[in-house]
Structures are given as structure tokens and as C-alpha cells.
Design a protein around this ligand. Structure first.
Ligand code: HEC
Length: 154
């Protein structure tokens, strides 16, 4: 979150023309940080999904509060995601699998995160009830897959 704020300040300074000599370098550094930030957010979601899946398969025995925290963590990340994805990152040199549609279809893209959050909150409410959790897992999985199909390249 911190470097998103910094990125905003930086853009304002560049717009004001005060930092022209390091402009290109600053753009690349900032864009790389932005890409890595949103990927870490997604990896956190992925990790929580993996652990919830492990529980549902019966491979990990976890207490209800832990399950609830994992699901709430996904909801929190879903809330933070639009701000993490909003800056365009054309100067990034690190690998990204985000397609240009993220920004050209922004309203549809960003509108999927509240659905992800809703599915995550349903999972949190179901913590410990395996059949309700299974249904919530199905909805979560649909949310990931639906977005990745359109907005992520292989
Ligand atoms: C609204 C769209 C959207 C939703 C919903 C979504 N993702 Fe993503 N996800 C993306 C995009 C776009 C990327 C590519 C980010 C990049 O590489 O810059 C991504 C990347 C990832 C990555 C790879 C991160 C990396 O290090 O490169 C993982 C893991 C991931 N998502 C897991 C999930 C899981 C699990 C869910 C569902 C619980 C989910 N995502 C829901 C859009 C979404």
C-alpha cells in the first residue's frame, strides 16, 4: 500500500516537471513495484485458497477461527485489489500475466472484486461446516476462473 501512495506522489511531481531527468527510470521502477504488489496480493489469495482446499479435502485439520481468518483474508485482499490494479504499468519490465483488457474493460474487471469478496465472506460464515464451505469454495473458484480467463494471459 505504501508504494501506491508514493507512486501517486511521484506522478504528481513528474507532471509538475520537477523530475524530468530520471523520468524513464522512475517509471520503470514504480511500474515494476506496482506489478509485484498486485501479484503478491493475488498470491496471498492463492495461498489462502490452497489451505482452505487442503482442509476441504481432509488433508489439513484446522480450527474454525483459522478457516475464518483465511476466508476473511481473501475478502480483505479483494477490497484492496482495485486500487492495486488501477495504475497502468506500461513501463514494467518484470513479467506480468495481466492483459490490456484489465484497463480497457476496467468497470467489468473491477466489478468482479466485490463478487469475490462476497464469496469469501460466505466462506468465512461457513467456517467449520464442510458442506456449506464446499458450496462457498465452488463460488470462489468460479470467481477466480471467470476473471483469469479474460484478464490473464498464460
Ligand atoms: C477480477 C479479476 C480477478 C479475480 C476475481 C481473481 N484474480 Fe487472480 N489475477 C488476476 C490478474 C489480472 C492477475 C495477473 C496479475 C499480474 O501478473 O500482473 C492474477 C494473478 C493471480 C495469481 C498469480 C500471481 C503472480 O505471482 O503472478 C494467482 C496465484 C491468482 N491470481 C490467484 C487467484 C485466486 C485463487 C483467485 C480466486 C479466489 C483469484 N486470483 C481471483 C485477476 C483476478
Amino acid at each position: 500500500m505504501k508504494h501506491l501512495v508514493t507512486a501517486g506522489l511521484f506522478s504528481a511531481m513528474i507532471a509538475a516537471g520537477s523530475m524530468m531527468p530520471i523520468n524513464a527510470f522512475a517509471d520503470e521502477t514504480m511500474d515494476n513495484a506496482t506489478v509485484q504488489n498486485r501479484q503478491m496480493l493475488m498470491d496471498g489469495i492463492g495461498g489462502a485458497m490452497g489451505t482452505l482446499g487442503c482442509y476441504l479435502k481432509g488433508d489439513c485439520n484446522l480450527p474454525d477461527p483459522v478457516l475464518r481468518n483465511l476466508a476473511n483474508g481473501i475478502a480483505f485482499a479483494a477490497d484492496a485489489a482495485p486500487a492495486a490494479f488501477e495504475p497502468k504499468t506500461m513501463d514494467a519490465t518484470v513479467k506480468t500475466t495481466a492483459t490490456d483488457k484489465v484497463w480497457s474493460d476496467w468497470d467489468d474487471f473491477a466489478g468482479r472484486f466485490p463478487e469475490l469478496k462476497e464469496a469469501a465472506l460466505a466462506m468465512a460464515a461457513a467456517a467449520g461446516d464442510k458442506s456449506a464451505m464446499g458450496a462457498a469454495m465452488g463460488n470462489l473458484g468460479k470467481s477466480c476462473k471467470g476473471c483469469h480467463e479474460t484478464y490473464r494471459s498464460k
